[in-house]
Ligand binder design. Structure first.
Ligand code: ATP
Length: 356
Protein backbone atom coordinates (compact mmCIF):
# COMPACT_ATOMS: atom_id res chain seq x y z
CA UNK A 1 0.00 0.00 0.00
CA UNK A 2 1.22 3.50 -0.79
CA UNK A 3 2.38 5.52 2.20
CA UNK A 4 0.37 8.61 3.12
CA UNK A 5 1.94 11.81 1.89
CA UNK A 6 0.45 13.75 4.79
CA UNK A 7 1.17 12.39 8.25
CA UNK A 8 -0.36 13.68 11.44
CA UNK A 9 1.32 13.48 14.80
CA UNK A 10 0.40 14.86 18.19
CA UNK A 11 2.56 15.91 21.13
CA UNK A 12 1.50 16.84 24.64
CA UNK A 13 3.90 18.96 26.69
CA UNK A 14 4.54 18.30 30.41
CA UNK A 15 2.87 20.37 33.12
CA UNK A 16 4.90 23.51 33.80
CA UNK A 17 5.96 24.76 37.26
CA UNK A 18 3.08 27.21 37.51
CA UNK A 19 0.56 24.50 36.68
CA UNK A 20 2.10 22.09 39.19
CA UNK A 21 2.05 24.78 41.90
CA UNK A 22 -1.63 25.46 41.30
CA UNK A 23 -2.40 21.75 41.66
CA UNK A 24 -3.32 21.24 38.00
CA UNK A 25 -3.22 17.70 36.69
CA UNK A 26 -2.94 16.27 33.22
CA UNK A 27 -6.09 15.24 31.38
CA UNK A 28 -4.15 13.71 28.48
CA UNK A 29 -3.17 10.08 28.03
CA UNK A 30 -0.87 9.24 25.14
CA UNK A 31 -0.58 5.63 24.04
CA UNK A 32 2.48 5.59 21.85
CA UNK A 33 2.05 1.96 20.78
CA UNK A 34 -1.49 2.54 19.56
CA UNK A 35 -0.67 6.06 18.28
CA UNK A 36 -3.70 7.19 20.24
CA UNK A 37 -4.24 10.28 22.35
CA UNK A 38 -7.12 10.40 24.82
CA UNK A 39 -8.54 13.45 26.54
CA UNK A 40 -10.21 12.93 29.91
CA UNK A 41 -13.17 15.12 30.73
CA UNK A 42 -12.33 17.61 33.44
CA UNK A 43 -13.72 16.67 36.89
CA UNK A 44 -16.52 19.16 36.77
CA UNK A 45 -18.66 19.07 33.69
CA UNK A 46 -18.22 22.12 31.58
CA UNK A 47 -20.33 24.09 29.23
CA UNK A 48 -18.46 24.03 25.90
CA UNK A 49 -19.31 25.81 22.69
CA UNK A 50 -21.02 22.57 21.70
CA UNK A 51 -23.20 22.56 24.81
CA UNK A 52 -23.04 20.53 27.99
CA UNK A 53 -20.81 17.49 27.67
CA UNK A 54 -22.91 14.53 28.66
CA UNK A 55 -21.66 11.35 30.24
CA UNK A 56 -18.66 10.88 27.98
CA UNK A 57 -15.50 10.21 29.96
CA UNK A 58 -12.78 10.38 27.35
CA UNK A 59 -12.36 11.24 23.72
CA UNK A 60 -9.69 9.45 21.75
CA UNK A 61 -7.99 10.32 18.50
CA UNK A 62 -5.85 8.10 16.33
CA UNK A 63 -2.93 9.61 14.44
CA UNK A 64 0.24 8.38 12.75
CA UNK A 65 2.20 8.90 15.96
CA UNK A 66 1.60 10.44 19.37
CA UNK A 67 4.13 11.72 21.86
CA UNK A 68 3.58 12.23 25.57
CA UNK A 69 5.30 14.46 28.08
CA UNK A 70 8.44 12.31 28.26
CA UNK A 71 9.17 12.44 24.54
CA UNK A 72 12.32 14.28 23.53
CA UNK A 73 12.86 16.50 20.51
CA UNK A 74 15.44 13.99 19.28
CA UNK A 75 12.87 11.19 19.39
CA UNK A 76 10.39 13.25 17.35
CA UNK A 77 13.07 14.12 14.84
CA UNK A 78 14.29 10.56 14.40
CA UNK A 79 10.84 9.05 14.04
CA UNK A 80 8.66 11.71 12.45
CA UNK A 81 10.68 14.55 10.92
CA UNK A 82 13.80 12.89 9.55
CA UNK A 83 11.82 10.94 6.89
CA UNK A 84 10.56 14.28 5.54
CA UNK A 85 14.03 15.84 5.46
CA UNK A 86 15.35 12.69 3.81
CA UNK A 87 12.68 13.02 1.10
CA UNK A 88 13.87 16.56 0.46
CA UNK A 89 17.57 15.71 0.14
CA UNK A 90 16.54 12.95 -2.26
CA UNK A 91 14.76 15.50 -4.46
CA UNK A 92 11.10 15.78 -3.37
CA UNK A 93 9.37 18.65 -1.57
CA UNK A 94 8.71 18.44 2.16
CA UNK A 95 6.82 20.41 4.75
CA UNK A 96 6.66 20.23 8.55
CA UNK A 97 4.13 22.43 10.29
CA UNK A 98 3.33 22.98 13.95
CA UNK A 99 -0.22 23.77 15.05
CA UNK A 100 -1.65 24.40 18.50
CA UNK A 101 -2.67 26.98 21.05
CA UNK A 102 -0.23 29.52 22.48
CA UNK A 103 2.17 27.89 24.92
CA UNK A 104 1.48 24.32 23.74
CA UNK A 105 5.08 23.80 22.60
CA UNK A 106 5.24 24.73 18.89
CA UNK A 107 8.43 26.77 19.15
CA UNK A 108 9.97 24.29 21.60
CA UNK A 109 9.43 21.50 19.09
CA UNK A 110 10.44 23.48 15.98
CA UNK A 111 13.42 25.43 17.36
CA UNK A 112 14.19 23.71 20.68
CA UNK A 113 16.59 25.07 23.27
CA UNK A 114 20.25 24.69 24.27
CA UNK A 115 19.80 21.17 25.63
CA UNK A 116 17.12 19.89 23.24
CA UNK A 117 17.65 21.10 19.68
CA UNK A 118 14.35 21.23 17.82
CA UNK A 119 13.26 20.09 14.40
CA UNK A 120 14.96 22.95 12.53
CA UNK A 121 18.53 22.65 13.91
CA UNK A 122 18.29 18.85 13.69
CA UNK A 123 17.25 19.16 10.04
CA UNK A 124 20.24 21.43 9.34
CA UNK A 125 22.50 18.76 10.86
CA UNK A 126 20.91 15.99 8.89
CA UNK A 127 21.12 17.81 5.55
CA UNK A 128 24.84 18.48 5.86
CA UNK A 129 25.55 15.01 7.23
CA UNK A 130 23.78 13.56 4.19
CA UNK A 131 25.74 15.82 1.85
CA UNK A 132 29.06 14.81 3.41
CA UNK A 133 28.29 11.16 2.63
CA UNK A 134 27.60 11.70 -1.08
CA UNK A 135 30.08 10.64 -3.78
CA UNK A 136 32.02 13.36 -5.62
CA UNK A 137 29.67 13.06 -8.63
CA UNK A 138 26.88 14.62 -6.55
CA UNK A 139 26.85 18.28 -5.52
CA UNK A 140 24.38 20.44 -3.65
CA UNK A 141 23.53 24.10 -3.49
CA UNK A 142 21.43 25.27 -0.54
CA UNK A 143 19.60 28.54 -0.10
CA UNK A 144 17.55 29.62 2.90
CA UNK A 145 14.87 32.24 3.42
CA UNK A 146 12.85 33.12 6.49
CA UNK A 147 9.49 34.87 6.47
CA UNK A 148 6.77 35.97 8.83
CA UNK A 149 3.10 36.29 7.96
CA UNK A 150 1.32 38.71 10.24
CA UNK A 151 -2.03 40.27 9.55
CA UNK A 152 -1.88 38.93 5.95
CA UNK A 153 1.38 40.80 5.38
CA UNK A 154 4.52 38.84 4.42
CA UNK A 155 7.81 40.13 5.85
CA UNK A 156 11.27 38.88 4.93
CA UNK A 157 12.80 38.29 8.37
CA UNK A 158 16.35 38.59 6.96
CA UNK A 159 16.20 41.60 4.59
CA UNK A 160 13.34 43.02 6.70
CA UNK A 161 11.52 44.03 3.53
CA UNK A 162 7.82 43.98 4.22
CA UNK A 163 4.58 43.58 2.27
CA UNK A 164 6.07 41.01 -0.12
CA UNK A 165 3.81 39.65 -2.86
CA UNK A 166 3.10 36.08 -3.86
CA UNK A 167 3.44 35.53 -7.61
CA UNK A 168 2.94 32.66 -9.99
CA UNK A 169 4.21 32.26 -13.51
CA UNK A 170 2.14 30.09 -15.87
CA UNK A 171 2.89 26.40 -15.32
CA UNK A 172 5.21 27.18 -12.40
CA UNK A 173 5.06 26.92 -8.65
CA UNK A 174 4.15 30.03 -6.74
CA UNK A 175 6.95 32.13 -5.31
CA UNK A 176 7.45 35.21 -3.15
CA UNK A 177 8.66 38.16 -5.17
CA UNK A 178 11.82 39.88 -3.87
CA UNK A 179 12.32 37.31 -1.11
CA UNK A 180 15.98 37.23 -0.13
CA UNK A 181 17.69 33.85 -0.48
CA UNK A 182 20.92 33.13 1.33
CA UNK A 183 23.45 30.58 0.16
CA UNK A 184 24.42 28.24 2.97
CA UNK A 185 27.49 26.02 2.76
CA UNK A 186 27.36 24.65 6.31
CA UNK A 187 24.79 23.84 8.98
CA UNK A 188 26.11 26.84 10.93
CA UNK A 189 25.14 29.11 7.99
CA UNK A 190 21.58 27.80 8.20
CA UNK A 191 21.56 28.28 11.97
CA UNK A 192 22.75 31.89 11.53
CA UNK A 193 19.84 32.63 9.20
CA UNK A 194 17.44 31.12 11.74
CA UNK A 195 18.92 33.20 14.58
CA UNK A 196 19.06 36.41 12.55
CA UNK A 197 15.43 36.01 11.51
CA UNK A 198 14.42 35.34 15.10
CA UNK A 199 16.26 38.45 16.32
CA UNK A 200 14.72 40.61 13.61
CA UNK A 201 11.30 39.27 14.53
CA UNK A 202 11.90 40.17 18.18
CA UNK A 203 12.96 43.72 17.21
CA UNK A 204 9.83 44.08 15.06
CA UNK A 205 7.65 42.79 17.87
CA UNK A 206 9.16 45.32 20.30
CA UNK A 207 8.81 48.19 17.83
CA UNK A 208 5.25 47.40 16.80
CA UNK A 209 3.94 46.02 20.06
CA UNK A 210 2.97 42.94 18.07
CA UNK A 211 2.66 39.58 19.79
CA UNK A 212 4.82 36.74 18.42
CA UNK A 213 2.11 34.21 19.19
CA UNK A 214 -0.06 35.88 16.55
CA UNK A 215 2.28 35.55 13.59
CA UNK A 216 3.19 32.57 11.44
CA UNK A 217 6.82 31.96 10.55
CA UNK A 218 8.14 29.87 7.70
CA UNK A 219 11.75 28.78 7.25
CA UNK A 220 12.33 27.79 3.63
CA UNK A 221 15.28 25.73 2.42
CA UNK A 222 15.78 25.27 -1.34
CA UNK A 223 18.02 22.43 -2.37
CA UNK A 224 19.54 21.97 -5.77
CA UNK A 225 21.04 18.52 -6.24
CA UNK A 226 23.24 17.97 -9.29
CA UNK A 227 24.48 14.55 -10.24
CA UNK A 228 26.74 13.70 -13.14
CA UNK A 229 25.63 10.47 -14.80
CA UNK A 230 27.51 9.29 -17.92
CA UNK A 231 28.77 12.81 -18.60
CA UNK A 232 25.27 14.29 -18.34
CA UNK A 233 24.14 16.48 -15.48
CA UNK A 234 20.85 15.60 -13.78
CA UNK A 235 19.45 18.40 -11.69
CA UNK A 236 16.76 18.07 -8.99
CA UNK A 237 15.23 21.02 -7.19
CA UNK A 238 13.33 20.54 -3.95
CA UNK A 239 12.05 22.68 -1.10
CA UNK A 240 11.68 22.11 2.64
CA UNK A 241 9.23 24.38 4.46
CA UNK A 242 9.20 24.43 8.26
CA UNK A 243 6.27 26.36 9.64
CA UNK A 244 5.55 27.55 13.17
CA UNK A 245 1.92 28.67 13.07
CA UNK A 246 0.35 31.36 15.23
CA UNK A 247 -1.46 30.23 18.38
CA UNK A 248 -4.70 28.60 17.29
CA UNK A 249 -6.94 29.88 20.12
CA UNK A 250 -10.10 31.42 18.76
CA UNK A 251 -10.50 35.19 18.92
CA UNK A 252 -13.30 35.20 21.49
CA UNK A 253 -11.10 33.53 24.09
CA UNK A 254 -7.82 35.03 22.91
CA UNK A 255 -5.95 37.12 25.42
CA UNK A 256 -5.27 39.59 22.64
CA UNK A 257 -7.79 42.00 21.27
CA UNK A 258 -7.19 41.98 17.56
CA UNK A 259 -9.12 42.29 14.36
CA UNK A 260 -10.31 39.05 12.77
CA UNK A 261 -7.83 39.73 9.98
CA UNK A 262 -4.99 38.31 12.08
CA UNK A 263 -6.67 34.96 12.25
CA UNK A 264 -7.68 35.04 8.59
CA UNK A 265 -4.83 32.74 7.60
CA UNK A 266 -5.75 30.15 10.23
CA UNK A 267 -9.46 30.42 9.43
CA UNK A 268 -8.60 29.85 5.75
CA UNK A 269 -6.44 26.88 6.70
CA UNK A 270 -9.42 25.26 8.53
CA UNK A 271 -11.59 25.77 5.45
CA UNK A 272 -8.95 24.42 3.05
CA UNK A 273 -8.37 21.35 5.21
CA UNK A 274 -12.07 20.59 5.64
CA UNK A 275 -12.70 21.02 1.89
CA UNK A 276 -9.79 18.71 1.10
CA UNK A 277 -11.10 16.18 3.65
CA UNK A 278 -14.57 16.24 2.09
CA UNK A 279 -13.10 16.15 -1.43
CA UNK A 280 -14.81 19.38 -2.43
CA UNK A 281 -14.35 20.32 -6.10
CA UNK A 282 -12.86 23.73 -5.34
CA UNK A 283 -10.21 24.30 -2.68
CA UNK A 284 -9.89 28.00 -1.76
CA UNK A 285 -6.10 28.12 -1.41
CA UNK A 286 -6.14 31.71 -2.65
CA UNK A 287 -8.11 32.99 0.34
CA UNK A 288 -5.05 33.79 2.46
CA UNK A 289 -1.30 34.19 2.19
CA UNK A 290 -0.72 31.18 4.43
CA UNK A 291 -2.88 28.79 2.42
CA UNK A 292 -1.35 29.98 -0.86
CA UNK A 293 2.10 29.23 0.50
CA UNK A 294 0.96 25.90 1.94
CA UNK A 295 -0.84 24.70 -1.18
CA UNK A 296 1.99 22.42 -2.29
CA UNK A 297 2.17 20.95 1.22
CA UNK A 298 -1.46 19.85 1.06
CA UNK A 299 -2.19 19.05 -2.58
CA UNK A 300 0.15 16.11 -3.17
CA UNK A 301 3.21 18.15 -4.12
CA UNK A 302 5.04 17.37 -0.93
CA UNK A 303 5.61 14.92 1.88
CA UNK A 304 4.08 16.70 4.83
CA UNK A 305 3.84 16.30 8.59
CA UNK A 306 1.33 18.20 10.71
CA UNK A 307 2.30 18.28 14.34
CA UNK A 308 -0.63 19.03 16.66
CA UNK A 309 0.70 20.39 19.95
CA UNK A 310 -1.47 20.27 23.04
CA UNK A 311 -1.23 21.43 26.62
CA UNK A 312 -2.12 18.87 29.32
CA UNK A 313 -4.36 20.91 31.65
CA UNK A 314 -8.12 20.88 32.00
CA UNK A 315 -8.46 24.67 31.72
CA UNK A 316 -7.40 24.24 28.10
CA UNK A 317 -9.89 21.48 27.45
CA UNK A 318 -11.70 23.24 24.63
CA UNK A 319 -8.51 24.26 22.85
CA UNK A 320 -7.09 20.76 23.23
CA UNK A 321 -10.16 19.27 21.59
CA UNK A 322 -10.20 21.90 18.89
CA UNK A 323 -6.52 21.21 18.06
CA UNK A 324 -7.10 17.46 17.95
CA UNK A 325 -10.20 17.91 15.80
CA UNK A 326 -8.21 20.00 13.34
CA UNK A 327 -5.53 17.28 13.25
CA UNK A 328 -8.26 14.70 12.70
CA UNK A 329 -9.52 16.65 9.68
CA UNK A 330 -6.01 16.74 8.24
CA UNK A 331 -5.82 12.97 8.78
CA UNK A 332 -8.97 12.60 6.69
CA UNK A 333 -7.45 14.27 3.62
CA UNK A 334 -7.37 11.50 1.01
CA UNK A 335 -3.90 10.49 -0.09
CA UNK A 336 -2.90 11.93 -3.44
CA UNK A 337 -0.11 10.49 -5.56
CA UNK A 338 3.06 12.41 -4.85
CA UNK A 339 3.83 14.77 -7.73
CA UNK A 340 7.39 13.84 -8.67
CA UNK A 341 9.70 16.81 -8.84
CA UNK A 342 11.06 16.72 -12.36
CA UNK A 343 14.71 15.91 -12.89
CA UNK A 344 16.27 18.11 -15.53
CA UNK A 345 18.91 16.62 -17.81
CA UNK A 346 21.54 19.15 -18.71
CA UNK A 347 24.73 19.22 -20.74
CA UNK A 348 27.84 19.03 -18.59
CA UNK A 349 28.53 22.77 -18.91
CA UNK A 350 24.91 23.85 -18.33
CA UNK A 351 23.73 25.46 -15.08
CA UNK A 352 20.62 24.23 -13.21
CA UNK A 353 17.61 26.44 -14.03
CA UNK A 354 16.75 29.18 -11.53
CA UNK A 355 14.52 27.75 -8.77
CA UNK A 356 11.46 29.83 -8.00
N1 ATP B 1 7.74 19.06 25.35
C1 ATP B 1 8.17 20.02 26.17
N2 ATP B 1 9.02 19.74 27.17
C2 ATP B 1 9.46 20.70 28.02
N3 ATP B 1 9.08 22.00 27.95
C3 ATP B 1 8.22 22.34 26.98
C4 ATP B 1 7.72 21.39 26.04
N4 ATP B 1 6.89 22.02 25.20
C5 ATP B 1 6.88 23.31 25.58
N5 ATP B 1 7.67 23.50 26.65
C6 ATP B 1 7.86 24.79 27.35
O1 ATP B 1 6.58 25.43 27.43
C7 ATP B 1 6.69 26.83 27.16
C8 ATP B 1 5.81 27.23 25.97
O2 ATP B 1 6.29 26.56 24.81
P1 ATP B 1 6.42 27.28 23.39
O3 ATP B 1 6.98 28.65 23.51
O4 ATP B 1 7.14 26.33 22.51
O5 ATP B 1 4.89 27.40 22.99
P2 ATP B 1 4.28 27.87 21.60
O6 ATP B 1 3.22 26.90 21.27
O7 ATP B 1 5.36 28.07 20.60
O8 ATP B 1 3.64 29.27 21.99
P3 ATP B 1 3.50 30.58 21.05
O9 ATP B 1 2.28 30.34 20.23
O10 ATP B 1 3.37 31.66 22.09
O11 ATP B 1 4.76 30.74 20.22
C9 ATP B 1 8.17 27.10 26.91
O12 ATP B 1 8.75 27.55 28.11
C10 ATP B 1 8.73 25.73 26.53
O13 ATP B 1 10.09 25.61 26.86
Amino acid sequence: MQEDNIKVISRCRPLNQREIQTGAHSIIYCNKNLAQVSVKLPDRKEQTSEGQIEGEQTRSFQFDAVYGEDATNQELFNESFRPIVQTVVEGQNGCIFAYGQTGAGKTFTMSGNGTQPGCMPSSFNYIFEYISQQPSTVSFSIKASYIEIYNECITDLISQQTDLRIRQKPEQAIYIENLSEHSCGTKEDLQKILEKGYQNQCIKITQMGQCSARSHTMFIIKLEKTEVVNGEKVCKLSTLKMIDLAGSERPEISRFKEPMMINKSLASLYVVVSKLASQAPHIPYRDSQLTRLMQDALDGNSKTVLMALISPVSQNYEEILSTLRFADQVKKIPNQPLVKVESKQLAANQECPEQK
